[in-house]
Design a binder for this molecule. Sequence first.
Ligand SMILES: *[C@@H]1O[C@H](CO)[C@@H](O)[C@H](O)[C@H]1NC(C)=O
Ligand SMILES: *[C@@H]1O[C@H](CO)[C@@H](O)[C@H](O)[C@H]1NC(C)=O
Ligand SMILES: *[C@@H]1O[C@H](CO)[C@@H](O)[C@H](O)[C@H]1NC(C)=O
Ligand SMILES: *[C@@H]1O[C@H](CO)[C@@H](O)[C@H](O)[C@H]1NC(C)=O
Length: 247
Amino acid sequence: MSILAVAKLLIAFTALFTPGAEPMTLTFRNNCPYTVWPGTLTGGGSTQLSTTGFVLASKASFRIDDVPPNWSSGRLWARTHCTNDSSTGKFVCLTGDCASGQVQCNGAGAIPPASLVEFTLNGSGGLDFYDVSLVDGFNLPVSITPQGGGSCNATSCPADVNAACPPQLAVKGPDGTVISCKSACLALNEPRYCCSGDLNTPEKCPPTEYSKLFKDRCPQAYSYAYDDGTSTFTCPTGQDYLITFCP
Ligand SMILES: *[C@@H]1O[C@H](CO)[C@@H](O)[C@H](O)[C@H]1NC(C)=O
Ligand SMILES: *[C@@H]1O[C@H](CO)[C@@H](O)[C@H](O)[C@H]1NC(C)=O
Ligand SMILES: *[C@@H]1O[C@H](CO)[C@@H](O)[C@H](O)[C@H]1NC(C)=O
Ligand SMILES: *[C@@H]1O[C@H](CO)[C@@H](O)[C@H](O)[C@H]1NC(C)=O
């Protein structure tokens, strides 16, 4: 074996055992009885993932296998009730729309209300952070399952919050059914719901009757801004993750 071949083998071995050096995989699964259109957003001005939006038929799966292991402030969600507008030809969705006019979101985020999956991947041997957030409201149930085979915990919002959404927070579709549920901050825009103004600390911004309504149904998900204690999950970096809609 030549010295070059040995060196190449060594480099390959190092890459194999350096945590977080390899791209990771996000797998999306749609267990809803209807089609959804997931969107992906990379925050902080970093490069977007190889896809920023795609269609996912009921019972279908889709993999993104080139996610950088240090993917920071990553957000995932699903759009529902999407159509190509007959007059403009633009792609529009009644929930989770990113207003790009097409299936790819191209760096635009979800317009609330939408159930959000949030990731901060470290990539240098530390921890991945992930959560399900209803801070911007809810549109469909979702779960995050680490796939490394270790002891990392899944998290989810498994309940249909739309079915319990009070009228003042509800967004209705053309047929009158509730298709998404606003957070109280979004619907009522008061400091005690948004933890804004003078109420911008955990001590001054306790849960409200509205945030409790979300928390009762989805105890593992963020129900309002200062819900960190029960809603943030961690796993050693280098995992793949499964995102399931309607788990
Ligand atoms: C992630 O790693 C790539 C390649 O090493 C680097 O270019 C990029 O700046 C890093 N991103 C963050 C958010 O640290
Ligand atoms: C919208 O139009 C595109 C391009 O013609 C097509 O691929 C897609 O299936 C359409 N989407 C819907 C929801 O009708
Ligand atoms: C990643 O984790 C390492 C080790 O725990 C830490 O030193 C570093 O600050 C972390 N980087 C980011 C971007 O969080
Ligand atoms: C998973 O959850 C259990 C029970 O709440 C907890 O004891 C354990 O520390 C968690 N594991 C991780 C990796 O967070």
